[in-house]
Design a protein around this ligand. Sequence first.
Ligand SMILES: [Zn+2]
Length: 225
Amino acid sequence: MNDARIAALGEFTYGSGQAGEDMLFVTVGTGIGGGLVLDGRLRLGAIGAAGEIGHHTILPDGPPCSCGANGCLETLVSGPALARAGSALMMQGLAPRLSELTQGDPAKVTATLMASAALCGYQAVAAAIESAAKYLGIGIANAVSVTAVRRVVIGGGLSSLGEMLLEPVRRELLRRVRMFPAEFVTIRISALGEKCGALGGVALAAQQFDSNANPEFARTDQALA
Ligand SMILES: [Zn+2]
């Protein structure tokens, strides 16, 4: 498992997934990763890559991605993508608050500083965050349409944006998921925050221990598939 799948296991076992519902976990930080829980199990697939939401195409001719494709979700919404947008606004003179916060150094722009500038009323910065969040919403709506999960949990560094991120995501979900009642899909920020990866490791170790000690009741097989 990679870090995103481990984090999904942690969130499902100890955080927002404790209700046991099917869950899509999306971690948004330097890139986008994900993990998918269906029927009470974290689904890994044959090569362990199930739930890898960051590299599905949102814009066919969009920015080049590290994976070699173009317009992947994580090229449009991630910490670095948002920082690039903020730096561009600063260079255009559209975000004086960002200039103050970074002492005029575009390399110091972060998503957190952009959120601060947006809260101070700088509309161009708020629009950049909303645009990124909208792309995230489109990506999540696509995933929800395919998997029919009832719960989406967002973790990673950009989850600190809170409602600034969630509100456009909810809006896109309601707008684009039309084959079943999207209003029953809950979207929330990770309850575990930075701890979900470590607690996912704990959950995995506990399952392995249980499996070794009681092979006839191998809970690893129950939680992972
Ligand atoms: Zn990609």
